[in-house]
Design a protein around this ligand. Sequence first.
Ligand SMILES: Cc1cc2nc3c(=O)[nH]c(=O)nc-3n(C[C@H](O)[C@H](O)[C@H](O)COP(=O)(O)OP(=O)(O)OC[C@H]3O[C@@H](n4cnc5c(N)ncnc54)[C@H](O)[C@@H]3O)c2cc1C
Length: 457
Amino acid sequence: MPKDPGSPVSPGRIHPRNSHTLRQGDYVIYWMQASHRTSDNHALEHAISRANRLNLPLIAYFGLTRDYPSANLRHYSFMIQGLAEAARELEARGIRFILRHEDPATGMIALARRASLVVADQGYLRTNREWCDRVSRSVTCPLEQVESNVLVPVTVASGKEEYSAATFRPRISARVPVFLDLPPSLELENQGKLPDVDTLPAEKPEYVLSLLDPDRSVPPVAIRGGAATAASVLERFIRGNLERYARERNDPSVDRSSGLSPYLHFGQVSPGRIAREVMATEGEGRDAFLEQLIVRRELAVNYVYYNSRYDSIDGLPRWAKETLGVHSRDPRDYLYTMDELELGDTHDPYWNAAQRQVRCTGRMHGYMRMYWGKKLLEWSPDPATAFTRAVMLNDRYQLDGRDPNGYAGIAWCFGKHDRPWGERPVFGKVRYMNARGLERKFDMEGYLARVKHECGE
Ligand SMILES: Cc1cc2nc3c(=O)[nH]c(=O)nc-3n(C[C@H](O)[C@H](O)[C@H](O)COP(=O)(O)OP(=O)(O)OC[C@H]3O[C@@H](n4cnc5c(N)ncnc54)[C@H](O)[C@@H]3O)c2cc1C
């Protein structure tokens, strides 16, 4: 694919969001929203190359709002740790980092009054898309958005909502080799004086948190945020668990998964970097891991991008809505209140352990997430309530919550990206899971012991 001669980034990743032409300004802005890192960041490197061509300084801007849907102290602590690291690295490269406590779109529009150009990274959920639409309509300079949190740009991977991994896999696999390149780290040429703009001291995360004063009902967890920690998590995974990933990744009692999802969620690590490092290995874990990282993760991006009802039961395929509708009034053996679910206070020790695990560690084992979602469908008064509860609990407690993967994962429990199975009460033709299946496949006593240990009980 031909490149813009000044930019190190494939044009397929770059999307002009308005039709304004470049104009005289004091600086170029990199609007950091979804890619909280300075390495392997296509949007940042594209912004530097644009600033160099215009011989202008570059500002990186982050608008910190306490109103981000479902975000609480757990998420903000992790995120602000990562931003502190990004701020230090940007400043070391001569790029001023402006962190402000304000509505990001409003702050961006104000800062753009003196800019020649805004370059934004790309998130795929409603809130990020609304912010970007508002800014692109309100500013009078060009706004270019650059995709750096996916291997293959979402509209290149597919032009429509895909039915399943089977339909998506051949499309994305054919395009991965074209988009494997990571951008070089460019030097900003004009590091001249910038106008004074107020900023919070990003290098003091505790202070920034105290000013923000987010919802404190969910405490922070031990997992540390930031690109440096993400890099060591990746390295440890490749050295330790990748080899056994194909065989053991589903087993909740041993937990061979990477633990990379919170870092991917906040863009503290690039999926391209992970893919390249895993591709450089040999062994049976490699392909199984790439299937999750590329096909499943980017199928989730495809879902939220093309389906505006991704976080409700209305986003499901017709067959799933129909069959769940037919069975919505079936009698349930167990019905729990939201309080009982939140506390992990049901008759099922495995489900309770999974819920306790996420409450105290911010992570639930991947296989248990499927079981967890299926049981919410079984124990709620109707499928729509079950879906809403799953979204609320997932977004509230998972450190990687509020992510395309979360909405696609929950939707999968209700039939999305799956096929009809044998009909049964409550589930209709949606795939069923039960505790006996867990016991048959895994050492579930080992899982219970593991959760107790993780939760310090
Ligand atoms: C009900 C339910 C809720 C979920 N909620 C979330 C969520 O809020 N955030 C989130 O990131 N993932 C979610 N998932 C998907 C998946 O369970 C997690 O991505 C995975 O467990 C994260 O752990 P890991 O990074 O150690 O995964 P690994 O097994 O090491 O996989 C590496 C990466 O591949 C991707 N991946 C792995 N499994 C899946 C999958 N099934 N679908 C899509 N991508 C996948 C993730 O980006 C993950 O980080 C959910 C799944 C279900 C069934």
